[in-house]
Ligand binder design. Sequence first.
Ligand code: BJW
Ligand code: ZN
Length: 258
Amino acid sequence: MHPHVGESDWEEGLEQAASFLKAASRVAVLTGAGISAESGLATFRGQGGLWEGQRVEDVATPRAFARDPRQVWRFYNLRRANLAEVQPNAGHRALVDLEQRFGDDFALITQNVDGLHQAAGSVNVLEIHGSIRRVRCTECPYIVERGVEALPDLPHCEKCNSLLRPDVVWFEEMLPATIWSRAELAVVRCQCLLVVGTSAMVYPAAGLIATAHEHKARVIEVNLQATPATQGVDVSLLGPSGTVLPELVRRVATAPPL
Ligand code: BJW
Ligand code: ZN
């Protein structure tokens, strides 16, 4: 049985998780949309999720973009506009504190495209699914940071006038190779992987959890609910990351080593 936040053994789970982190010399973190939920951003799957009213293949595949770029840009421009109104939350901030403790021996691997980890102050952030704040040309090498400023309904390249696209990774696309290999290396080398707010359904990202196990790392999961990864993890903390992470990181400073 895994200790669960909100049950009698929530105390035990937190202490155990803190001691795993404390015993580690290298730490990796894998985050998903759930960590930004308390900032007011919708997650992808489930109730109230971004994709509740839309089929994934209508917005997040190269085919969808080729068929109807206007619809796809509408979706991304709405999310970009949303970003202008949100701030990092206590969960993001706790991971900044954790990085400060481990310094160069810390990597934050995020599936999120919202940039909130960097906004909070995290430094070693590996954005394996890209960033919604960047756009790139569909034809030439042009790529540029556009923040959350409003873009035209159908933005075009300044260099070659071809269609621009968000610099994110859609289904059936490869992840950015260098960033992905850094993420794999960080997971292989860590003694503790902290997995936060991801449904652990999208690959290859979710495969990092198994990679950590294969390399004998302890795995801690923080999520509102169980996921396909939960069975295999060493500690599952069921609760909102904005509450659980600050409490966990606070204890890393005081937990006795294993
Ligand atoms: C809280 C909380 C709180 C809430 N506190 N917790 C068949 C055909 C084609 C491909 C495949 C196939 N089978 C498998 C594949 C591979 C495919 C895949 O994995 N598919 C599965 C879904 C089946 N993967 C790919 O295609 C990847 N590329 C690839 O494999 O290349 C090789 C290849 C080439 C050619 C053909 C086939 C393969 C690319 C994956 C790219 C994913 N891109 C997206 C969109 C990014 C842009 C955008 O944002 O629009 O990335 S999809 C979407 O899912 C986004 C996310 O990063 C990703 C993960 O979602 P995440 O973050 O886990 O969010 P949710 O909503 O799922 O979960 C939130 C969680 O938080 C929940 O668990 C909540 O409980 C929790 N939560 N509030 C704590 N307060
Ligand atoms: Zn171009």
